[in-house]
Design a protein around this ligand. Structure first.
Ligand code: CO8
Length: 259
């Protein structure tokens, strides 16, 4: 554990809780993504761990505000490339985790925050929050491994509309679309997520692991084979002056909101 990430182990059940604790909004910069990756690598290899719950320290506030936008604004090609490599690594380690993983979405979950929830096996969300892949609103796009996951989760038609518009769902809309599995009041988010995780952890684990691998292996294989191309695609989009201008405006609007 480091100060941005708390990991607790329940000895009797084998459940681990990963708490995202990077103030103020769990924005995912390269270092934070890497510490999440490394934590998942350890949990994957620890045979005492039977399941992983992912929650935010900012209970009732923000689950994760997504990628750290400052890593996308006015940065060198090499910075953007290395940052995107961390995003890929994070995806491979969390999406690729063979153990049951449940998201306790106890706050807002735009963009990468939604991605953090989508890579899990089950999602319990707090009522009255927002979730979605709003990338196009920032002038960028969700990579194929995230867009495909959205489609696999909510179906082709809803995914197409949501990705094109960069639509943010309310908790209730997310439930109706199947983007999350349950919507509950704040105090029930973590207990319900834990109950579901406990149930998943009791499925005979080799069967669980193989099934997860069966469902996710193809995406993993394609991403592993196309990492450099994916980085080059993202970098060339992000470095367009027009896109930089959109991101700059978006950062301005985040600041304006305060006044
Ligand atoms: N990165 C960096 N800083 C951020 C981010 C962010 N994503 N979001 C918020 N902050 C900062 C704010 O600027 C503010 O800073 P300061 O206090 O210095 O002014 C502070 O965090 C608190 O933010 P708010 O005052 O806005 O807090 P609220 O509780 O009112 O709102 C929200 C929280 C709803 C999360 C709101 O901040 C928000 O909408 N943020 C932007 C969310 C967003 O659009 N993120 C997109 C990032 S791009 C992305 O994630 C692409 C993913 C691609 C796929 C990756 C996986 C494969």
């Amino acid at each position: 554990s480091n100060q941005n990430l708390e990991v607790e182990h329940e000895l009797e059940t084998g459940l681990a809780t990963v708490t995202l604790a990077k103030a103020p909004v769990n924005s995912l910069d390269g270092e934070f993504l890497t510490s999440i990756s490394n934590t998942f690598k350890k949990l994957e290899n620890d045979s005492a761990v039977k399941g992983i719950l992912v929650a935010s320290k900012f209970h009732g506030g923000v689950y994760s505000a997504g990628l750290h936008i400052f890593d996308l604004f006015n940065r060198s090609d090499s910075h953007v490339s290395e940052f995107w490599r961390c995003v890929q690594e994070w995806y491979l380690d969390v999406f690729g985790c063979s153990k049951p993983v449940v998201a306790a979405i106890n706050g807002q979950a735009p963009a990468g925050g939604c991605a953090m929830a989508l890579v899990c096996d089950y999602r319990v969300m707090q009522e009255g929050k927002i979730i979605g892949l709003n990338e196009t609103q920032l002038g960028i796009t969700a990579p194929f491994y995230l867009a495909d996951l959205m489609t696999a989760t909510v179906g082709a038609r809803k995914s197409r509309l949501a990705l094109q518009l960069g639509y943010l769902f309310s908790s209730q809309e997310a439930l109706n679309a199947g983007l999350v599995d349950e919507v509950v009041d704040l105090d029930s988010v973590i207990p319900r997520a834990r109950e579901q995780l406990l149930m998943m952890s009791k499925v005979p684990q080799p069967a669980f692991h193989i099934t997860k691998q069966l469902l996710r292996g193809e995406t993993m294989k394609v991403l592993k084979a196309t990492r450099e191309q994916d980085i080059a695609n993202f970098r060339s989009l992000i470095q367009m002056p027009f896109v930089q201008a959109v991101i700059g405006k978006y950062l301005e609007s985040l600041k304006q909101k305060k006044k």
